[in-house]
Design a protein around this ligand. Structure first.
Ligand code: UDP
Ligand code: MG
Length: 314
């Protein structure tokens, strides 16, 4: 098998027929052996029925259906664990990752100079301004404080060689952040840019808050820097309190000791209390992640599939 596509689908009944048609057209023109692996991530609409009927009429179609919604990261992992191709691509089902780019990506890989072709969006057309602003800040921050280098506007859409896929499969962490994983494992990556495309049908599954949560998860999964924030604050507060101590002593010696300063005292107590809770919260984030990792729960559970030797639980 030359080429495998991984397509996570969560309530994509409107977009799937478009995707199938376009992807099949492109793949036929490329004239390679291929499979399209759809992962039904616990959809509550007709996604699974569509996948079944596609699989019935087209032998290139493999589907895995999760027992519930496990999230896109789990769906991608299931894909990586079960594809057979020498070249593997991940695409969204909504055509925001245009299949028409595949031939160009394939040519770049086959030239032998690169191990993967990643994509990024040149602009964020059609996206709320405030979301773009936060996204840009997030990419700046995570590049500064982690080993995973991530291009601003990077998509999960990628074509990669087998070696890279095997490495990704070997990274069995429970808290997955694929953009970070791709960057962390290295390999020679070519960055291809394209114009943002709006989804062909259906709605995005991301709300503003789920994106904020995604960003925080990404940082916690790939950087230890926030943990040291507590020690920086601690150092800073120690220096401040030392200065304050000198101030208080000198004032006592010069002016006696009238009882005053209730307001400033309360402010200081609240301020320090706030910082302490904030730092505890940061530690809590890491402890929670560690807790989930130690449980070693499976990433996904497949309840239905048409594939042979599928890893149903991993
Ligand atoms: N997706 C998924 N599980 C989820 C959420 C999303 O498999 O819990 C899939 C979805 O079907 C789509 C891709 O992930 O193929 C990207 O989702 P979406 O288009 O909603 O995200 P956006 O493009 O807006 O970032
Ligand atoms: Mg989308």
């Amino acid at each position: 098998m030359k080429l495998s596509l991984i397509v996570p689908c969560y309530n994509e009944q409107e977009a799937l027929p478009f995707f199938y048609e376009e992807a099949t057209k492109v793949l036929r023109e490329m004239d390679e052996t291929y499979e399209i692996l759809f992962i039904n991530d616990g959809s509550s609409d007709g996604t699974l029925d569509i996948l079944k009927s596609l699989a019935k009429k087209d032998e290139h179609i493999v589907y895995l259906s999760f027992s519930r919604n496990f999230g896109k990261e789990a769906a991608m992992y299931a894909g990586f664990c079960n594809v057979k191709g020498d070249y593997v691509a991940v695409l969204d089902a909504d055509m925001q990752d245009p299949p028409s780019l595949l031939p160009e990506m394939m040519t770049i890989l086959e030239s032998g100079e690169y191990d993967s072709v990643a994509t990024w969006r040149e602009n964020r057309k059609g996206e709320p301004k405030i979301r773009s602003w936060f996204a840009r800040k997030f990419y700046k921050l995570i590049n500064k404080i982690s080993d995973a280098d991530i291009v601003d506007g990077a998509r999960d859409f990628r074509l990669m060689k087998r070696d890279m896929v095997d490495t990704i499969v070997s990274m069995g962490e429970y808290n997955r952040f694929s953009k970070g994983i791709f960057g962390w494992i290295g390999f020679r990556t070519y960055w291809l840019s394209y114009e943002n495309v709006e989804r062909v049908a259906g709605n995005t599954k991301w709300s503003f808050w789920s994106l904020i949560k995604y960003a925080i998860d990404g940082i916690v999964n790939f950087s230890q820097t926030p943990l040291s924030v507590a020690s920086y604050f601690g150092l800073f507060m120690t220096m401040c309190s030392f200065l304050a101590l000198i101030f208080v002593v000198v004032r006592r010696l010069l002016y006696g000791d009238p009882v005053a300063g209730w307001a400033s005292m309360i402010c200081i107590i609240l301020f320090i209390g706030g910082i302490q809770l904030f730092c505890l919260g940061i530690m809590g984030q890491y402890i929670a992640k560690t807790y989930m990792e130690t449980k070693k729960r499976p990433h996904y559970v497949v309840s239905e599939t048409n594939g042979d030797d599928v890893k149903k639980i991993k």
